[in-house]
Design a protein around this ligand. Structure first.
Ligand SMILES: Nc1ncnc2c1ncn2[C@@H]1O[C@H](COP(=O)(O)OP(=O)(O)OP(=O)(O)O)[C@@H](O)[C@H]1O
Ligand SMILES: [Mg+2]
Length: 314
């Protein structure tokens, strides 16, 4: 599959979602490094107050403060309560500051379904605007969001349209509509889906693709099959390996042969799932991302993953 180099250059907002544990944060970090390497002023946004990406690149997260991870690469961690505080301060000035200091903010986010999502996506929108009200004044070329898992991400993406429908008039409705417009503008916003070549993960990915396709304007820019084993042997090689295993009594040799055969079997199982994925997600195809060394993968491994994401290939 073609790489994402063009997508990184063209879009202003990319949201990485997918099944829990499929590699969303790892892919968002690798994309951030790759985009900055292409010369784009980039910010990676983590949600729900997480700062794993900043830590994986050797920096301490600073919440809603934008911190530098590498040249041209910044990070932010968006917490819904902090995002609401910032919104109130910007909208209401002194009154907002007074509200911020009270416990109202906590009650408000807890008691209003969808408000946490709305202020989170509102902050993401603010980061992606050319004219910023906070932080880096000129705005960023690209905002990469380490998004929540599939279902929660759909709720996040739909929250502005839902609020605009409920509020109808007034400043909140107006802003919610502006956010919904940006999310639906496929030349600006895109979604990347992290998947694993496993049965359940593939089923979840197919469902998510269908749901996103039903959401007006929501563009899927890539399905990324993560942690794929390399194809080292063909069937003939595997046959030879099995024969050698039958005939050698040497223990270290048998261990190595077993490891090689087991990797071949896992790769074959992954290929079946990759075929399912590409049949179901027709237009999109899946970009295969390799299993990286290191637990967790270090910066060099993330840079390698970033190159793969930009250049593509099978
Ligand atoms: N290509 C890869 N090669 C090796 N390890 C990987 C790869 N991608 C992710 N991992 C590891 O797999 C685990 C899950 O990855 P990650 O945290 O990026 O997933 P996630 O989708 O963000 O998870 P969550 O849903 O919990 O946020 C981590 O330990 C990560 O270091
Ligand atoms: Mg994550």
């Amino acid at each position: 599959m073609a790489g994402l180099g063009e997508t990184l250059r063209r879009k202003r907002l990319l949201i990485v979602t997918g099944k829990g544990g499929a590699g969303k944060s790892t892919i968002a970090a690798a994309l951030g490094l790759a985009a900055a390497g292409l010369g784009l002023h980039t910010i990676v946004a983590e949600l729900s107050g997480q700062s794993r990406i900043a830590r994986s690149l050797g920096r301490r997260g600073a919440g809603m403060h934008e911190v530098e991870l590498a040249p041209r690469l910044m990070s932010i961690s968006i917490d819904p309560r902090e995002a609401l505080r910032e919104y109130l301060r910007l909208q209401l000035g002194a009154l907002g500051t007074a509200l911020m200091a009270s416990r109202t903010v906590g009650y408000l986010t807890a008691a209003t379904p969808g408000l946490g999502e709305l202020v989170t996506i509102g902050k993401i929108w603010e980061l992606a605007r050319r004219e910023r009200r906070t932080g880096r004044a000129q705005g960023y070329d690209l905002v990469i969001v380490d998004g929540p898992s599939s279902g929660q991400c759909l709720a996040l993406l739909r929250s502005p349209a839902t609020f605009a429908g409920i509020a109808r008039a007034g400043p909140v409705a107006g802003q919610a509509r502006a956010i919904a417009r940006m999310l639906a503008a496929s030349e600006v916003t895109g979604v990347l889906i992290a998947a694993l070549a496993e049965e359940l993960a593939v089923s979840e990915t197919i469902m998510l693709c269908e749901q996103l396709e039903r959401s007006p304007g929501m563009a899927i820019d890539g399905v990324l099959a993560n942690r794929v084993y390399p194809r080292r042997f063909d069937d003939e090689d595997a046959h030879e390996l099995a024969r050698a295993l039958d005939s050698t009594p040497d223990l270290p040799c048998r261990t190595a042969l077993r490891a090689a055969l087991s990797q071949h079997v896992r790769r074959e199982a992954q290929e079946q799932q990759l075929a399912r994925l590409s049949a179901a997600t027709k237009g999109h195809g899946a970009l295969e991302l390799p299993l990286l060394p290191g637990r967790p993968p270090n910066r060099a491994a993330l840079e390698t993953l970033g190159e793969r994401l930009v250049e593509g290939g099978r």
